[in-house]
Ligand binder design. Structure first.
Ligand code: COA
Ligand code: MG
Length: 329
């Protein structure tokens, strides 16, 4: 873990708990949080909190998670109404349906603290913080959650959508290694990145790709999930499939979505294909054969297969849903 982050994160705890009160096993160098990794994130649908009809529809949708939005999808004059609609929705939340995440406004904005209070009371799976520039802002959110004695299981997701976030991405992702910081997922905010930098928004996203790859790399370094940004033109099914395929090839776990029609293709494209599953099963089976269990490298159908391929095969099977709980909270 970077020294700077360690100091920030530790001092955040000192302020509230003192040195010895730091949560046990808060640091998990190299290891994944098993709760966090036990969730698929292929399709993550934004729903504006004021849209009660869309909220009601969520229980019938097959997305892996939904982000109830209080930020950019809500006009300034509607912020109070959005919070109220969100409260009503959560108070009658169905037992089934996608994992629920709430996107609040930045804490420094005029709506941030009211959003945070309302979001915490709704007990979502995670709170998504937009316009994150520095690790400090995520630690401030963590402090606010701790002060209010939020359940330790409440995760934080971070929008990566500003030039400063791109420059600080390594330090932000390092928080993934400190369980106390609650950070579980980086979400690419591609519309804001285009707006803030002035790059051209081409259909092949050629100018965005370097930053998207940085987000995936940082997420892997921090043991975090990574979600691609949205595609605005929700009627372009062919373009959407191509964008999902590119995102998957870049290593993203899934895509953020704006419309229900995008769920099925995202689920399909971010799931391993039949061929990939068969290949992964063959590798797992080969390493399990008598005499192969302890070997570092084996031969399979004329190819060299190492234990790193066994790890990759297990990951494919996990992504296929073999080790995942499906839906629910
Ligand atoms: N979540 C859940 N349901 C949604 C939905 C969403 N994001 N977007 C649309 N729907 C529902 C509609 O309510 C409608 O339901 P119905 O068939 O029961 O009437 C159905 O899907 C078809 O919707 P459609 O008429 O094609 O779209 P629309 O014109 O109602 O909405 C948008 C288009 C873009 C305004 C809407 O999809 C939306 O608000 N998306 C999210 C935007 C957002 O959150 N942006 C911020 C993050 S980038
Ligand atoms: Mg944004």
């Amino acid at each position: 873990m970077g020294i700077e982050c360690q100091i920030h994160s530790t001092s955040a705890f000192h302020r509230h708990f003192g040195v010895l009160a730091r949560r046990p096993s808060a640091m998990h160098e190299g290891g994944m949080d098993p709760v966090r990794k036990a969730r698929r994130r292929r399709s993550v649908l934004y729903v504006p909190a004021v849209n009660e009809k869309a909220l009601a529809k969520l229980a019938t949708l097959d997305c892996d998670a939904a982000i109830i939005d209080l930020e950019d999808a809500i006009a300034p004059d509607d912020k109070d109404r959005a919070r109220e609609a969100m409260r009503r929705f959560f108070s009658a939340r169905p037992d089934t349906g996608p994992d629920l995440v709430i996107r609040i406004n930045p804490l420094a904005s005029e709506w941030g603290l009211a959003d945070l209070d309302a979001a915490r009371a709704c007990r979502p799976r995670a709170i998504l913080l937009p316009k994150v520039d520095t690790p400090r802002q995520l630690l401030d959110l963590d402090d606010a959650l701790d002060e209010a004695d939020a359940a330790g299981r409440l995760h934080v997701w971070a929008m990566i959508e500003t030039p400063r976030a791109m420059l600080n991405i390594g330090a932000i992702a390092e928080l993934g290694r400190d369980r106390a910081a609650r950070l579980a997922c980086l979400v690419a905010g591609t519309n804001d990145l285009v707006k803030e930098t002035g790059i051209a928004a081409t259909s092949d996203r050629r100018w965005l790709v370097p930053w998207l790859l940085q987000i995936v790399l940082a997420a892997r370094a921090g043991g975090l999930d990574a979600l691609d940004g949205v595609m605005n033109d929700f009627r372009d099914a062919e373009g959407f499939a191509a964008e999902c395929a590119a995102a998957r090839a870049m290593g993203f776990d899934g895509k953020t979505l704006i419309h229900p029609s995008q769920i099925e293709p995202a689920n399909r494209i971010f799931s391993p294909s039949g061929d990939e599953i068969a290949e992964a099963e063959a590798i797992v089976t080969a390493f399990a054969l008598p005499g192969n269990e302890g070997r570092g490298v084996i031969s399979l159908d004329g190819r060299m297969v190492e234990r790193l391929h066994l790890d990759m095969a297990r990951r494919v099977l996990a992504r296929a849903g073999r080790e995942f709980s499906s839906g629910g909270r």
